[in-house]
Design a protein around this ligand. Structure first.
Ligand SMILES: [Zn+2]
Length: 506
């Protein structure tokens, strides 16, 4: 549960979506192109799609040939790496690529070198496509293509620079990280950022507390209360916890990963065509310290409930995590290892509330906790993001059996529970949260959001993102969804049902 808010563009009519064959399903919204390039644009989205598809076919053929050569030359590990380079497409599933750091290791065989060369060439091509997408104002496509380019070639300087990164000691890092490194700080996966000169003593069990060295145990005692908790900062998050320093660092890193995925998927939510264009043109990274997303991570449920009871009376005992827009903070607690439900739900709760937080804070938004209508999608989209999973190539989201989708099928088919879109859009926060069947409503909202985000190769996704934007900006009305989609909501009911059951039949 919890709350959020949005931003977004004013244009919308010409939105389209397309599938870049073979891998990621990306969506495009065409309208912004008119602002940037008008009718003189040499690039059409159709041409981008076609060229991406053609290049992908050729690239995959080269990979296939190389894979055979690896088998012939007794290099099974490399053959396997080449074979799984692109994830096999899965229906209604989105993939997000992790930038590669292969360039840090010199290829050891001619085949490895050939693999690198192929990737570099394809990466360069994808970067060019990303630049074209940026020119015509398609932020979601441009940013996803940048990540795909960096997955192929992590050393693609222009792509890194567009993302605000710079090179430090051979590795690409954010401008913010570079500034810290320059100050003599180092990142530790156990301790977070600290002065390099202190790292060894930390590893030996000492801790620096207000200028003096103390033992790890003493440090634990001094951070036992949340008001004195450890504070872990990453590029975008500030996590305060009284559980342990390691746990705070681990959570902050997870949230950074989440931020990367969210930023690709919802680029059209927070990047206007003008900002997108600027981002692609001005690649000199400046160390900025953006406002951090605040997260509080309690060591157990009772402390969490006690703290929340003071902030938001009435919700104690009812949540496993929450984002409170009035505090602009997300709250979580460490699951008790003996409580299977808490353990199972802990991860998805983090993705759920982190979604609320990013929609609410990534742009200037209106309060949505008291929304009078269109509330369902705020919960639906957070439920959809619960399906995030790490995979070999990066991250995977959605899929026919993911998250609450199987339950949504059961509710619809067996229990005959279904609230049509026309009625669902009329529900405000109170109507949804106070509904005796709110769990079932959440399940349906999760299914409907997955439908809008992934059905038919993402056909409705640009409209869904625009819809979220309007809601968070306080501009959504009862007819907004229908007008953005361009069809009556009754048609959407039918298509949703088809989506649920065709998807399950595969
Ligand atoms: Zn929620």
């Amino acid at each position: 549960m919890s709350m959020i808010r949005v931003f977004c563009s004013t244009l919308k009519n010409m939105r389209k979506s397309f599938r870049l064959p073979g891998l990621v399903i990306l969506s495009v919204c065409l309208l912004r192109s008119t602002i940037v390039m008008g009718e003189t644009s040499p690039t059409s989205p159709e041409s981008l799609i076609d060229r991406h598809a053609e290049a992908m076919v050729a690239f995959k053929q080269h990979l296939k040939t190389l894979e055979r050569q690896c088998h012939a030359s007794q290099q099974p590990a490399l053959a396997k790496q080449i074979k799984s380079f692109y994830p096999a497409p899965i229906r209604d599933t989105l993939f997000f690529f992790r930038p590669s750091d292969e360039h840090l290791r010199a290829p050891l065989t001619p085949e490895a070198e050939a693999f690198l060369t192929l990737r570099q060439k394809h990466g360069k091509f994808l970067l060019n496509l990303a630049e074209e997408a940026a020119v015509i104002g398609h932020a979601g496509v441009a940013i996803s293509l940048l990540y795909e380019a960096l997955y192929c070639d992590g050393d693609l300087a222009k792509a890194r620079q567009i993302l605000g990164q710079q090179k430090w000691d051979g590795k690409w890092v954010s401008a913010q990280k570079a500034a810290r490194l320059q100050r003599g700080e180092r990142w530790s996966d156990r301790f977070g950022w600290l002065q390099e000169s202190n790292l060894e003593r930390y590893e030996q069990g000492e801790r620096l507390f207000r200028g003096r060295w103390i033992s790890e145990d003493e440090d634990g005692r001094r951070h036992q209360q949340m008001r004195n908790g450890w504070r872990v900062e990453t590029d975008h998050y500030e996590v305060t916890t009284n559980l342990s320093l390691d746990a705070g660092v681990e959570l902050a890193q997870k949230l950074e990963d989440f931020y990367t995925v969210w930023s690709q998927l919802f680029a059209d939510y927070y990047l206007s065509p003008q900002v997108l264009e600027k981002r692609f043109q001005q690649t000199d990274a400046v160390a900025v310290t953006p406002k951090k997303y605040k997260v509080r991570y309690f060591s157990n449920r009772s402390e969490y409930d006690l703290a929340l009871a003071r902030i938001q009376p009435g919700i104690e005992g009812k949540t496993l995590g929450v984002y409170l827009e009035k505090m602009r903070t997300a709250y979580f607690f460490a699951p008790a290892s003996s409580n299977n439900e808490e353990v199972d739900l802990s991860q998805i709760t983090i993705w759920h509330e982190a979604t609320h937080q990013l929609f609410a804070e990534r742009i200037a938004t209106r309060n949505v906790s008291g929304l009078k209508n269109n509330f369902w999608i705020l919960e639906g989209i957070a439920c959809f993001m619960e399906t995030l999973h790490e995979v070999e190539q990066g991250w995977k989201l959605g899929g026919p059996m993911a998250g609450r989708l199987p339950a949504a099928r059961v509710r619809l088919e067996r229990d005959r529970f279904y609230i049509p879109f026309t009625e669902v859009v009329s529900y405000g926060a109170r109507a949804m949260l106070n509904n005796p069947q709110y769990r079932t409503l959440y399940t349906q909202a999760a299914g409907q959001a997955a439908f809008l985000m992934t059905a038919d190769n993402g056909r409705f996704r640009p409209a869904a993102i625009d819809y979220l934007h309007r809601i968070y900006r306080g501009r959504a009305k009862l007819g907004t969804l229908a007008s953005l989609i361009g069809t009556p909501l009754t048609t959407l009911d039918v298509e949703y049902r088809n989506f649920l059951f065709q998807s399950a039949a595969q």
